[in-house]
Design a protein around this ligand. Sequence first.
Ligand SMILES: *Cc1c(COP(=O)(O)O)cnc(C)c1O
Length: 379
Amino acid sequence: MKFNTKTIHGGQEPDLAYGSVMPPIYQTSTFAQSTPGGHKGFVYSRSANPTRNALEKSFASIENGEFGLAFGSGLAAIDAVIKLLEPGDEVISTNDLYGGTYRLFTRIFEKFGIKFNFIGMEKASNIENYITDNTKLIWVETPTNPMMNIIDIKTTAAIAKKYNVLLAVDNTFATPYLQRPLDLGADIVMHSATKYLGGHSDLVMGALVVKDKDLADRLYFIQNASGAVCGPQDSFLALRGIKTLHIRMQRHCENGKAVAEYLANHSKIEKVYWPGFKSHPNHDIAKAQMNDFGGMVSFTAKGNNYNEAIKIIENLKVFTLAESLGGVESLAGHPASMTHASIPKEEREKIGVVDSLIRLSVGIEDEEDLISDLKQAIG
Ligand SMILES: *Cc1c(COP(=O)(O)O)cnc(C)c1O
């Protein structure tokens, strides 16, 4: 089955009870048993729920994995991955990272004796310098948020294999439409399904996908034991969103390209971060591991001026000022005060998240309306 068919049919079959084509929303916490242990595969909805199961199969299918797990948020999915580790274990992570992931690593898990190294991975060979006997996990986000750096998944996977370390990739920005980390050698793919997979800014959800049965069993144990699952209504909405992932992504990419090129040619714009530019430092890697370049674009105005950035953001009319990304509607964000406020200013600026940086999640509206909105906002 090809990707554009998997989004619609992957792991899905008509419901066994009445043949409904869309999976029913099994809005129940528990399931009747005929005798203790006499059940039809479902016992209690934290452990498993048919609507969530349908979604988990869809996640696995679109990422070319074997096992999918759905969580109550992207961070709950990351939390489950880190719970595979023990005190004393070390993690090597991308330094340009979603702010909430950084907060979870440093404010929650460091307390439990897990050590995190945040490093630049634009040159994958740099990772090897940080591997010790205690390294158990490499955490990669690519493209990174919000600087749009690209990390070579295949090379990183080879390093992980060499040292017998797990590689997890946060694939939220790219989605499996653009890049499939398991095919490139990663062990775990993670998503904030809140973003492109759901695609309509109407739910909060996380996903993990793996190929290995043993790893899947360990993660299922954590999912059930810690209990950060999503409900059946949200599972249904996510399944519905995934059915149009491929056509939404196609338009996100087209509009993203148009916006990036418009900004790059604008006299009042200083820098534009988008992996589709030939001048992007890792453009060749992006071209090799992605099918297109996505709808996320970051930029700074000339003079690198905070007030100028805020003025542009406030002037935007079609783009909405809001947290999050990946929905059908275009959003603008100010990472330094919003998504990345939980990262200390010094750390932030080291990786380029200056106070004048604006991040756009380019939606699937008409391209002309998006460009003219930027035109009037920048002036
Ligand atoms: C939003 C986001 C997360 C966190 O996901 P939630 O669903 O908000 O918990 C993690 N990684 C990336 C890249 C994100 O954009």
